[in-house]
Design a binder for this molecule. Structure first.
Ligand code: GSH
Length: 209
């Protein structure tokens, strides 16, 4: 199977980490969804990555769907428990971490607009979501080894990818100072082979009017 990604994307990183943690072999195709010649719109009407192209030609997006599918494959332990409530708790953390990433993306895009067009109110609104979201992660990890339950899973993948994205896109935001337990937890997450192999890096962004 082939996974179409962009190198900065925390959503694509979720899919990459999940595939690696499950021990599944895949080919990585690097796209830049912001460029005219991007491959993404040919597979996903929304023009967004990540996109998983199966060997029989079937196509899956977005990251939530890809991770759900990947979790049904391979012999490695499940990333998302089957039992109802633990499953929902993992999905809730996914919604939180992805929501923080959404606010960071909106911040980055706002900064890509010409200075006079940038809205300070909009940036403050996104900032409040990021700060409150990270504070919720800190409360959740307090006194625990993993975010949900007793082992690594979806919630840890999403939160680890989100924190890596914060470091890439908002390096001046010192979330470690505000969230010391999350910082210690992230050290452990970032040391995993799947995270070390998928360090995010910047790509060209559009010039927005
Ligand atoms: N909810 C989606 C978000 C995917 C997403 O926003 N991807 C960005 C890259 S980080 C993208 O492809 N953006 C291109 C666009 O919005 O046109 C997911 O979880 O996969």
């Amino acid at each position: 199977m082939k996974l179409i990604i962009a190198t900065p994307s925390p959503y694509a990183r979720k899919a990459r980490v999940a595939l690696m943690e499950k021990g599944i072999t895949f080919e990585t195709i690097v796209d830049n969804p912001w460029l005219r010649e991007a491959q993404a719109p040919g597979h996903n009407p929304l023009g967004k990555i990540p996109i998983l192209v199966l060997d029989d030609g079937r196509v899956l997006h977005d990251s939530k769907v890809i991770v759900e599918y990947v979790d049904t494959l391979g012999a490695a332990p499940r990333l998302i428990p089957i039992e109802s409530w633990p499953r929902i708790e993992h999905k809730q953390m996914e919604a939180l971490a992805d929501g923080i990433c959404d606010a960071v993306v909106l911040t980055v895009l706002e900064h890509a607009r010409p200075m006079p067009a940038q809205s300070a109110d909009w940036l403050a609104r996104q900032r409040a979501k990021i700060v409150a979201g990270v504070a919720q992660c800190e409360r959740t990890i307090a006194g625990r080894e993993w975010l949900i339950g007793e082992r690594f899973g979806l919630a840890d993948i999403c939160t680890g990818c989100m924190l890596g994205y914060l470091d890439l896109r908002l390096p001046a935001f010192d979330w470690r100072e505000l969230s010391p337990q999350l910082a210690a937890y992230y050290e452990r997450i970032a040391a995993r082979a799947s995270f070390r192999a998928t360090q995010p890096s910047a790509q060209t962004l559009p010039a927005l009017g």
